[in-house]
Design a protein around this ligand. Structure first.
Ligand SMILES: CC(C)(COP(=O)(O)OP(=O)(O)OC[C@H]1O[C@@H](n2cnc3c(N)ncnc32)[C@H](O)[C@@H]1OP(=O)(O)O)[C@@H](O)C(=O)NCCC(=O)NCCS
Length: 211
């Protein structure tokens, strides 16, 4: 690389440091209305709601918070895996491996984890979705993957999973992703219908047999 002449690389005179002068006192307009408007439930949430969903829009969809949500999400996997992998035995080793992956995901900006939160009644998480931006290393194709989705039993049938999937479409679109994929076990009929209703169709089959 051709080196720059000395005078271009260093200023002949270092700029003087700007010393801040005395700060002007803030002007307080007593007549201005309060800027923070009381919003029910907002303060109860660990992080601001991205949107309000569910019947009456009372459930907040917000970003995942490790301290508030990790235990619940790990616990929900017992049902999810029982439904999707009936022969699989959920054990300590699996639980800690899942927790480890969840922890790593929050450090990776290709992952997005969002939680449903009952909000005003005390910030109780009641569902979640885990999204991943993937890239096929052979074809370089980028696609979105729905890695995990769950709605607590007492909140089912209120179109909350549908709201999570709608949100995932937007999240991926802002990342210039136009193809979404997911994997679901055929015996999980509720999830299969949910995905079909939300525009997913079967494009590949994973086949197996016992020998
Ligand atoms: C699958 C699951 C996410 C659905 O959550 P939900 O909030 O109740 O779903 P929604 O209310 O948004 O339902 C939307 C559609 O999904 C389908 N669906 C949902 N639950 C269903 C059920 N029990 N039986 C049949 N279809 C069902 C229906 O088509 C429904 O629309 P409709 O009621 O107008 O027919 C929830 O049952 C769940 O968390 N299950 C355990 C975890 C799991 O299996 N996750 C998927 C992993 S692949």
């Amino acid at each position: 690389m051709k080196s720059l002449p000395w005078r271009l690389r260093f200023p002949s005179r270092w700029p003087e440091r700007k010393v801040p002068g005395p700060r002007a006192a803030p002007v307080v307009d007593e007549s201005a209305p309060a800027r923070v408007v009381a919003m029910p439930g907002l303060r109860a949430l660990p992080r601001p709601a991205l949107r309000w969903v569910g019947n009456g829009g009372k459930i907040a969809l917000r970003p995942f918070e490790w301290n508030a949500d990790a235990d619940a999400i790990c616990q929900w996997q017992i049902e999810t895996y029982a439904l999707n992998f009936p022969d699989f035995h959920f054990n300590e080793a699996f639980a800690s491996a899942f927790r480890h992956d969840l922890r790593r995901a929050i450090l990776d900006d290709q992952h997005g984890i969002f939680v449903l939160d009952e909000g005003p009644s005390g910030g109780k998480s009641c569902g979640f979705i885990w999204l991943v931006v993937c890239q096929n290393s052979w074809t370089n194709e980028r696609y979105g993957y729905i890695n995990n989705l769950y709605v607590a039993p007492e909140k089912r049938g209120q179109e909350l999973a549908g709201a999570l999937l709608d949100f995932s479409n937007e999240w991926f679109k802002t990342r210039r992703i136009s193809k979404l994929r997911l994997t679901v076990t055929a015996s999980n009929s509720a999830a299969c219908r949910l995905y079909e209703k939300n525009g997913y169709s079967v494009t590949r089959l994973e086949m197996e047999k016992d020998i």
